[in-house]
Design a protein around this ligand. Structure first.
Ligand code: ADP
Ligand code: ASP
Ligand code: MG
Length: 436
């Protein structure tokens, strides 16, 4: 049995939904379907999820969400009409609008794109609808309850009729709706795949699988045939947005392969993500990914390496400020801490620097914003010489100043930090050096 997740572009228009229908009906094993909210139909379009977050903001600011909801209403009513469905979408939207007015977090609003999308898809397919709130569960502290969820999903194993599930959200013990982080429908799909014991988790999107790098930065990057779970985790965490980085956790337990496919080119075999890629022709580098929006705190102190507890003291200050750390490259007398800029929002930077000064009395401390991180990832790197030479020569030739270097202990990745203005040129230069 196959579990299939369809992303926002696949659910964006009546035409794309009919493509989805054809794909599902083309294989009787495609019994479990997870859908995202309708995404963009054209580049300047707005995703339903973004619109729903906007509706919640509108209600916070004005006490009503009528303007944003009118646009959302029009889109869903039109979809149902174009698909000739006998569903009163207005009734559903009225209920959503009413509930947004009494909700106290944006999660309920944000989740309704997936909810309504699944109502539509189940009508199109004649499949059952199962609400994600009834099976995807969170604990009191807001973390995902994987084992309770798995027990609830298991009940649908071997179902005789097909089922459509909304992605992206679940329910807290107090019954309120909670969403995963953005792109979280991929994670829902992986949870269902584990629970029903799927032989494959098909993730249908708008590209022919995983590409070596972001197709918005490099024209026609090469396609990746197979990828390991570990490589996927590195690439997606570092910014390859095609799959949510947490998607591997539920499926790796039973080694269920993920197959990324293109709704708009269903004959393409896409990319397989497997427990191990041993036995395949492994390239030197599998993929390149990156993201902007990072900050580094660089500390210098003579003989830092012999000062017991130095790193712990610095990291404790960050912990007390609720900051999570991405990378910590160190030298004998230097320590850099790379953090996501998001964590800095609303934080008193001056106080943070003073707290670190107070804790370890460094010779100097410097905070640099707007750092882009780029990861070069692949199991093949461990066994080939000259990877670092190729990488740094490419960046040198492109005139890029490398601000930070970090190599993972597993030799699965090398991460470099560059200024944001050099980000696009760096990705292109690294791609060309390894793949052209
Ligand atoms: P969905 O709505 O189907 O979940 P997403 O927009 O989340 O789709 O992910 C697919 C998009 O990810 C592609 O359209 C592409 O622009 C982007 N992308 C970024 N990096 C990569 C990559 N390495 N390979 C393929 N696509 C990538
Ligand atoms: N609709 C949600 C988002 O835009 C979840 C998803 O598409 O996976 O983030
Ligand atoms: Mg996605």
């Amino acid at each position: 049995m196959k579990v299939c997740k369809f992303g926002g572009t696949s659910m964006a228009s009546a035409q794309s939904i009919l493509n989805v229908k054809n794909i599902i009906e083309g294989d009787p094993e495609r019994k479990y379907v997870i859908v995202s909210a309708p995404g963009k139909r054209f580049s300047s379009d707005i995703k339903i999820t973004d619109m729903l977050y906007g509706a919640y903001e509108e209600k916070v600011e004005t006490g009503s969400c009528r303007y944003k909801m009118a646009i959302i209403r029009e889109r869903f009513v039109e979809l149902a009409k174009e698909l000739n469905l006998d569903i009163d979408m207005n009734k559903y939207i009225d209920e959503v609008e009413e509930n947004i007015l009494t909700s106290t977090s944006p999660d309920y609003a944000a989740s309704r794109g997936e909810y309504l999308s699944a109502i539509i898809m189940s009508a199109v397919l004649g499949y059952d609808f199962v609400d994600a709130g009834d099976i995807i569960k969170f604990k009191h502290d807001g973390t995902f309850d994987s084992e309770l969820t798995n027990d609830l999903v298991k009940k649908y194993k071997g179902a005789s009729k097909g089922i459509v599930f909304p992605g992206f959200y679940g329910r807290m013990p107090d019954k309120t709706i909670k969403t995963f982080t953005r792109g979280g429908s991929d994670f829902t799909g992986a949870i269902i795949a584990r629970g029903v014991g799927a032989k494959v988790y098909e993730n249908w999107t708008d590209v022919n699988g995983f590409l070596v790098t972001d197709p918005r930065l490099v024209d026609n990057p090469r396609h990746i045939e197979v990828l390991s779970y570990e490589e996927l985790r590195e690439l997606s965490y570092m910014g390859a947005g095609v799959l949510h980085p947490d998607s591997i956790f539920p499926v790796q337990i039973d080694k269920i392969p993920i197959n990324i496919r293109n709704t708009f080119e269903p004959s393409h075999k896409g990319t397989f993500i497997l427990h191990s890629t041993q036995g395949y022709n492994i390239p030197r580098v599998t993929g390149i990914a990156g993201r902007k929006g990072n900050t580094t705190i660089s500390l210098k102190k003579a003989m830092m390496n012999s000062e017991i507890g130095f790193c712990r003291k610095v990291l404790s200050v960050l912990e007390r400020n609720g900051l999570s750390v991405e990378h910590v490259p160190t030298g004998i007398d230097t320590m850099s801490i790379v953090l996501s800029e998001k964590g800095f929002k609303g934080l008193d930077e001056h106080k943070l620097v003073n707290d670190i000064r107070g804790a370890v009395n460094p010779d100097s401390i410097e905070v640099t914003h707007s750092l882009a991180l780029i990861a070069v990832v692949g199991h093949g790197m461990a066994n080939s010489r000259g990877i670092a030479a190729t990488l740094f020569t490419a960046l040198y030739k492109a005139g890029v100043n490398v601000r930070m270097i970090d190599q993972g202990s597993s030799e699965l990745n090398i991460i470099v930090g560059v200024e944001e203005k050099d980000y696009n040129a760096s990705i292109k230069a690294i791609y060309n050096a390894f793949f052209n």
